[in-house]
Design a binder for this molecule. Structure first.
Ligand SMILES: NC(=O)c1ccc[n+]([C@@H]2O[C@H](COP(=O)([O-])OP(=O)(O)OC[C@H]3O[C@@H](n4cnc5c(N)ncnc54)[C@H](O)[C@@H]3O)[C@@H](O)[C@H]2O)c1
Ligand SMILES: O=C(O)[C@H](O)COP(=O)(O)O
Length: 626
């Protein structure tokens, strides 16, 4: 490490768990099985090479599922399946979106599927597109395991998708968050005005032959206070429109920036302040464990008597029984509801049937314009994901800008290879619990996004020793599940900021190594790598500096530094027709200990490895698969 280097931890890993994983697999990484040479046969090795389609390749690699791994392993290249992907559309989607999908894959539109039929169909699908009516449960992800790569939610709310299960199964979830904003806001305003002026009730009454002008006297909106609960995309558009109606608008949103509210002329206030001062309350927050039934008996009791409530967000944010009581008692004068806890609600729902309630069947996003826009937005996101692009609307994966991705491409390969090497250096009986990754870089902390690199290191470490397929979506989850703690550290070095990373070091502590020379003076297994001319290189093993290109496989030998060693080992390999592609020797001092790193194209047979071990000057050696 350069003496001028400053050390700054950048990541305090969330991947810290003392809990045992749920799966029946080993709770830590102690199940390294060994053959004669201490290496477990590895079915998941990808012969990764950078190509002209580097960017696309990198993403495909980081999002790869078991299915793709099978295919790439058998064909020994990194290309996606040549067959067209199958995209299941389980709810009505605009024609323009379907056309985008058809350009890439086989599109199957199957509406109103039972949960069982969805599970049956999904096992042969690469992607699923839903709206709010399809429950994408854990069972769906289990049924789609190894094949289903992406779930597209044609809309905003993802409360009908089991995100935890998606992440565990490495399935990307994308949504279409912008195209229906205006439609939802307009519907909110339509309900607000219709409720205030009794439009629905008066219309029904007139159609029933009555003329009740006195009964349907409404309330005015101008000068009244509207509390917008959730000042996101829809909430802020509702606020903007309500101001146009002359309303006094306040908003509550714990995460909204004050300047965004100021720009609309809205004051951000506390939850209690909002609900106690408002004449109208309009709900625009997502349904989450925190917002579930946040409008309940207690909160209704705090509201101004005669308050009016509009909900175009999610039914689940209201305790519907409590709302019926509040309507009966007059605390809530009227409610206008587009969404319900159960959709469709029961025909005899007291809430829907209440005389002071007007209701629509989840129509917020249902304008021609919004449905066209949502269909295109989700189709493009799903096609992009299937093509290997990271989506800007990924819900359960880090979003990495394409230019960052291209720049990091060779480092992604290096990261995975170093992970693979490091884990193979751990001796069979040891469990890995703690891994430290040190990035040496001239870049400032904001200019280096290491999430991708960390995911690929995790992939490299876990895949050789388990059947789990690791990708960008599930890397952190899988590491946590296996009790693996990964911490990251940045060392700022005085080199060119043109390069995102100068070197990556992986340290594994509290384990024994099957190759003692890989253990550094401070007691950890430690290896370093760099990208040279676009190719990953191993540059340090323990305390030995080496330089070997990480292609094919690797033999590391520690020996007494003396003439003729390269020839001796080269001959043994040559006799078995094993081609050496790279060789490098690092030593501590002259004629003492040296470390020889040999890159080989083929896997040496047992005899070749036995003969290498029998060379008197060789004190230890290890064969590592990349
Ligand atoms: N009825 C429909 O057809 C329809 C159409 C579009 C959107 N929606 C629903 O409307 C809601 C908002 O959509 P959006 O596009 O504006 O989403 P958004 O993510 O842009 O906005 C949601 C806002 O809620 C805020 N929030 C989160 N937790 C909160 C809490 N506890 N209290 C207050 N605010 C909180 C967030 O900070 C965010 O600003 C979602 O539930 C969405 O599913 C319904
Ligand atoms: O969250 C959303 O985008 C809306 O609730 C729209 O849902 P829909 O796609 O089922 O109309």
């Amino acid at each position: 490490m350069a003496s001028s280097a400053s050390t700054k931890p950048i990541f305090s890993s969330p991947i810290i768990s003392s809990s045992q994983p749920k799966s029946s697999k080993s709770s830590n990484l102690s199940f390294l099985s060994s053959n004669t040479f201490g290496v477990k046969p590895n079915n998941n090795i990808n012969n990764l090479k950078l190509s002209s389609q580097q960017h696309s390749f990198v993403v495909k690699s980081v999002l790869k599922t078991a299915d793709q791994t099978k295919q790439t392993t058998s064909s020994n290249n990194v290309a996606f399946n040549d067959e067209k992907p199958t995209i299941l559309v389980s709810e009505k989607l605009g024609e323009a979106g379907l056309q985008v999908l058809r350009q890439l894959g086989n599109v199957v539109c199957a509406y109103d599927l039972s949960p069982e039929d969805l599970c049956k169909k999904i096992s042969s699908c690469d992607a699923l597109i839903v709206r709010s009516g399809t429950k994408v449960t854990r069972q769906v992800f289990e049924a789609g395991q190894g094949k289903l790569k992406v779930v597209g939610r044609a809309g905003v709310g993802i409360d009908n998708v089991d995100l935890q299960a998606a992440t565990e199964f490495g399935c990307l979830v994308v949504n279409a968050p912008t195209a229906n904003t205006i439609a939802a806001a307009e519907h909110g305003i339509a309900l607000l005005a219709a409720m205030a002026r009794n439009v629905s009730q008066a219309d029904a009454s007139l159609k029933a032959g009555k003329w009740l002008r006195n009964k349907y006297v409404g309330v005015s909106m101008v000068g009244k206070t509207l509390a917008v609960m959730g000042f996101g995309k829809v909430g802020s558009e509702v606020a903007r429109r309500a101001k146009g109606l002359g309303m006094n608008v306040v908003a509550h949103d714990p995460y909204a920036p004050a300047d965004r509210a100021r720009a609309v002329g809205v004051e951000l206030v506390s939850f209690d302040q909002a609900i106690t001062t408002a004449d109208f309350i309009s709900l625009h927050m997502p349904l989450t464990p925190t917002t579930n039934k946040v409008f309940n008996e207690n909160t209704f009791a705090k509201m101004k008597k005669g308050v009016r409530i509009i909900n175009v967000a999610r039914g689940g944010v209201i305790d519907e029984d409590a709302l019926v009581k509040a309507l009966d008692s007059g605390i809530v004068a009227q409610a206008a509801l587009d969404v319900f806890t159960e959709e469709p609600p029961a025909k005899d729902s007291k809430l829907v049937q209440h005389e002071n309630v007007i209701a629509t069947p989840h129509l917020g996003a249902s304008t021609k314009e919004a449905q066209e826009g949502v269909a295109i937005e989700i189709a493009e996101a799903v096609v992009g994901a299937l093509n290997g692009e990271l989506s800007a609307t990924a819900v359960n994966a880090p979003m990495v800008a394409p230019e960052v991705l291209s720049e990091l491409a060779p480092y992604v390969v290096l990261a995975e290879k170093l992970g693979r090497l490091a884990v193979q250096l751990v001796s069979g009986g040891s469990g890995i619990q703690s891994i430290k990754v040190v990035y040496r870089s001239a870049r400032g902390p904001d200019d280096l996004d290491t999430r991708l690199l960390r995911a690929m290191i995790t992939k490299g470490i876990i895949e050789p020793i388990s059947n789990t397929i690791v990708n960008l979506v599930n890397a952190d989850y899988i590491a946590k599940q296996k009790g693996l703690r990964i911490s990251e550290e940045r060392v700022v070095v005085d080199s060119s900021p043109e390069l995102p990373v100068e070197s990556i070091q992986i340290q594994i502590s509290h384990v024994e190594s099957k190759f003692a020379s890989a253990v550094s003076e401070t007691g950890q297994i430690s290896i370093d790598g760099k990208v040279k001319y676009g190719t990953p290189h191993l540059t340090c093993v323990g305390s030995f500096g080496v330089d070997v290109s990480l292609e094919g496989n690797l033999i590391l030998c520690r020996q007494i530094d003396q003439p003729g060693m390269i020839g001796l080992v080269g001959n043994i390999l040559g006799e078995q027709n094993v081609n050496v592609n790279y060789m490098s020797v690092g030593r501590m001092s002259r004629r003492k200990k040296a470390l020889m790193a040999i890159g080989v194209d083929e896997e040496p047979n047992k005899e070749a490895l036995t003969n290498i071990g029998a060379v008197p000057a060789i004190e230890e050696f290890v064969f590592l698969k990349l």
